[in-house]
Write a protein that binds this ligand. Structure first.
Ligand code: CP
Length: 307
């Protein structure tokens, strides 16, 4: 199989295992490309891509832009803070104006869950969801799966613990869908207040004791506490959170086996993870970032239908 069965990448929940595997296999070739002295290929030479960011981003925005440039696409960048959105323009009007300039693909990050799906129903371009509120972040899950596979050789049968602010995390939801589709066992761990009510419907193990979760897993994916999405207090203080759910070197070294540490970024050093863990030889945080470019190149290339 060399073609995706989907026109857009809106989330992991609704894409097939074959599509996920095709993206991961294609990303292996692009990882080889971006490690060559000449990192650029002409694959998307006459394709124009708009990156629309209605919410802050460092990794995802730069990673998509770099992936697009490595594929020789023409790129336009839009940031809501410096746009006519501030003058009251709607999402549809903003995007239709950009599409009138003959844009083929749209990469969009938006604070509202479902924004990418909404766009896909109203505009005639290929849409890639770069994170929609607390809903999904499909390319993060794909790069996380790629990184686990690269490190452990496979994903099937591996035990992955996702730890922290599950309720606000699009990374958690997309990772759960992706890892389960690829045959991993998934556990979520965190305080009860940071678990969504529907957690039991996700088919994951639920644990509230960090040490037990770490002893169980092969890989721990530490999530950021998303204070910007917390309108109420979900725990007494960051200090208490980090005492109960923060990963430090002493705890890591006390485990009976060496586990892999991941984090989607941005890191709150000293809250969910200490610096000596984030920067340790068990951490693959920067490998995740490197793999993000290759995975996004694969997604763009396959959705453009250039294979
Ligand atoms: N992982 C992630 O989405 O990071 P950014 O918010 O910096 O894009």
């Amino acid at each position: 199989m060399t073609k995706l069965s989907t026109k857009h990448l809106l989330g992991i929940k609704d894409i097939s295992v074959n599509d996920i595997n095709l993206i991961l296999t294609t990303a292996e070739s692009f990882k080889e490309v971006i490690n060559r002295p000449i990192k650029k290929v002409p694959s998307l030479r006459d394709i124009t891509i708009a990156n629309l960011f209605f919410e802050n981003s460092t990794r995802t925005k730069l990673s998509f832009e770099l992936a697009e440039k490595r594929l020789s696409a023409d790129v336009v960048n839009f940031s809501s803070s410096s746009s006519s959105v501030k003058k009251g323009e709607t999402l549809i009007d903003t995007v239709n104006n950009i599409l009138a300039m003959k844009v083929d693909m749209v990469v969009m990050r938006h604070p509202n869950p479902g924004a990418a799906l909404f766009l896909s129903k109203h505009v005639d371009a290929k849409i890639i969801n770069a994170g929609d509120g607390a809903h999904e972040h499909p390319t993060q899950a794909l790069l996380d799966a790629f990184s686990i596979k690269e490190k452990l050789g496979s994903i099937k049968g591996k035990k992955i613990a996702i730890i922290g602010d599950i309720i606000h995390s699009r990374v958690a939801l997309s990772n759960i869908f992706c890892l389960q589709k690829l045959g991993a066992e998934v556990m979520v761990c965190g305080p009860t207040t940071l678990m969504p009510k529907y957690v039991n419907s996700l088919g994951v193990k639920v644990e509230h004791n960090l040490k037990k979760a770490l002893e169980w897993c092969d890989v721990a994916n530490m999530l950021r506490i998303q204070l910007e999405r917390q309108e109420i207090k979900y725990f007494p203080s960051l200090r208490e959170y980090s005492m109960l759910f923060g990963l430090n070197k002493e705890l890591l070294n006390s485990l009976s086996k060496k586990i892999i540490i991941m984090h989607p970024g941005p890191i709150n050093r000293g809250v969910e993870i200490t610096s000596d863990v984030a920067d340790s030889d068990q951490s693959i945080i920067l490998e995740q970032v490197e793999n993000g470019v290759a995975v996004r190149m694969a997604v763009l290339f396959l959705l453009a239908g250039r294979n």
